[in-house]
Design a binder for this molecule. Structure first.
Ligand code: UDP
Ligand code: MG
Length: 188
């Protein structure tokens, strides 16, 4: 099975991605984590995207697609993927679909983690104290939310039109969210 996990910053994609990948024996591919690893290792790609990520802007489509798609295709060839945090725009979704189609690696389901804005803000600022992610400061978070509204939220309609979308209430405790997702996927 191949699953996409989309949602605004703070909606719990990383947490649920780990849990679902484990439960369903899928490979968890976290787009943001892969980018952060490149930045940390100071690779050419990492150096190129560092400032964009710091501002909360999207990295160029070709960069994230080049980084992710080989991993997506390989995981689909094995037991399937749980892809968290990508695509971030309809353009990226269209491009990724083209690349995945011939390999039979398109998603079987898309989970949208939905939560109110004040909950997202509260979670991110709490997480900032624990994880120290440099893009979890108030100004960058505001921009990330804006980018989500402008670029990413149109994916909801895009995937609904394709009959793939499941909206899940992400404003519940972690276990309840996981169970709701599993139910949506028809595996519990
Ligand atoms: N990012 C991006 N494209 C992606 C995934 C991540 O440009 O497909 C960048 C973007 O700058 C984003 C940052 O990486 O703000 C962190 O992404 P992540 O998914 O970790 O953060 P989230 O929004 O889920 O908190
Ligand atoms: Mg994340």
């Amino acid at each position: 099975m191949n699953v996409l996990l989309i949602g605004p910053p703070g909606s719990g994609k990383g947490t649920q991605g780990d849990r679902l990948a484990e439960r369903l024996d899928l490979e968890h591919l976290a787009a943001g984590d892969l980018l952060r690893a490149e930045v940390e290792q100071e690779t050419p790609l990492g150096k190129r995207v560092k400032d964009m990520m710091q501002r909360g802007d999207l990295v160029p489509d070709a960069v994230i697609i080049g980084l992710l798609m080989p991993r997506v295709l390989a995981a689909a060839d094995a037991n399937g993927y749980l892809l968290d945090g990508f695509p971030r725009s309809v353009e990226q979704a269209v491009e990724a679909r083209k690349l995945a189609e011939t390999a039979g690696a398109t998603p079987d389901a898309v989970i949208y983690l939905d939560a109110p804005r004040d909950v997202l803000m509260r979670r991110i600022l709490a997480r900032a104290e624990v994880e120290g992610r440099s893009d979890d400061n108030e100004e960058t978070v505001q921009n990330r939310l804006r980018v989500f509204d402008d670029a990413t939220s149109p994916l909801v309609d895009y995937y609904r039109d394709r009959g793939l979308l499941h909206v899940v209430n992400a404003d519940q405790d972690e276990n309840a969210v996981t169970e709701e997702i599993l139910k949506a996927l028809g595996v519990s």
